[in-house]
Write a protein that binds this ligand. Structure first.
Ligand code: KIV
Length: 283
């Protein structure tokens, strides 16, 4: 069966409804929420049975496009990958990252960009980075039918201000500011909050304080759920942040497979008869 046919069959046999934003939100202090990033239809199809939500993260900058940061990512890139992930999945809530420059200028700019994402991908929600300064935008979008997942702590789109990707909240002032950021975004109506790269007690105390589920990445096991970048979790990269746990060594296995293929091509042992079309009536 072709890849296209497989995906179509998956969609046709869909029986479980997609996780809705209210259902996701209702998981606060319940069974932990499982989220992974996904960028392609086939990967979404593989992850979907195991995840409550799939995040089409702007981490595709590094995982797909080999860019040095998420700053160059465009709305068109997010929409193309968001639509692919929606097509490949059937039960997970799909959340698409708003890329740098597509929402910070004003709530109106954010609405125009987020409405494109929702219309052109079929995703259920968007995610945007930022704290107190983004709270009015979160409220504006939420009041107009666009569910927003917030993202506080280490916010990679602000790398040029932060100066790197180190853990946040080590000093008293920054600890207090991130706690206030989380409260502001949650109070503005975010249905969930990603907390990235902060000291563990801060993530735990935000989780206790806010009404919406928190999703940790380099944060705390006490968060209401966890997310990882799927390529990191699968072992696609040699260097990853301390908080990444590798559940596989896909890079090693891909290299092994490529080496096996190259060896057989050079030895002319591939293609063998099992992988060739014979002439009708021929030997
Ligand atoms: O872009 C991304 O993958 C993210 C996660 C790291 C939360 O924002």
């Amino acid at each position: 069966m072709s890849t296209t046919a497989t995906l179509a069959a998956a969609a046709a046999t869909a029986s479980t409804p997609r996780t809705s934003v209210p259902a996701f939100r209702a998981r606060k202090r319940q069974e932990p929420l499982v989220m992974l990033t996904a960028y392609t239809a086939r990967m979404a199809e593989l992850l979907d049975p195991h995840c409550d939500a799939l995040l089409v993260g702007d981490s595709l900058a590094q995982t797909i496009y080999g860019l040095p940061s998420t700053v160059p990512v465009t709305l068109d890139m997010m929409i193309a990958h968001g639509a692919a992930v929606v097509r490949g999945s059937r039960r997970a809530l799909i959340v698409v990252d708003m890329p740098f420059g597509s929402y910070e200028e004003s709530p109106e700019q954010a609405f125009r960009s987020a409405a494109r994402v929702m219309k052109e991908t079929g995703a259920g929600a968007v995610k945007l980075e930022g704290g107190q300064s983004m709270a009015p935008t979160v409220a504006y979008l939420s009041a107009r039918g666009i569910p927003v997942m917030g993202h506080v702590g280490l916010t990679p789109q602000a790398v040029n201000i932060l100066g790197g990707y180190g853990a946040r909240g080590r000093g008293e002032a920054e600890y207090a500011r991130i706690a206030a950021d989380a409260a502001a975004v949650a109070d503005a109506g975010a249905f969930s909050l990603v907390i990235e790269g902060v000291v563990e007690p801060l993530a735990a105390s935000i989780t206790d304080a806010v009404a919406c589920p928190t999703i940790g990445i380099g944060a705390s096991a006490r968060c209401d759920g966890q997310v990882l970048v799927v390529d990191d979790m699968l072992g696609m990269f040699d260097r990853t942040a301390r908080f990444v746990k590798r559940y596989d060594d896909l890079a090693g296995r891909i290299q092994q497979a490529a080496q096996g293929y190259a060896t057989e091509v050079k030895a002319r042992t591939f293609p063998d008869s099992a992988h060739l079309y014979g002439v009708p009536g021929g030997a």
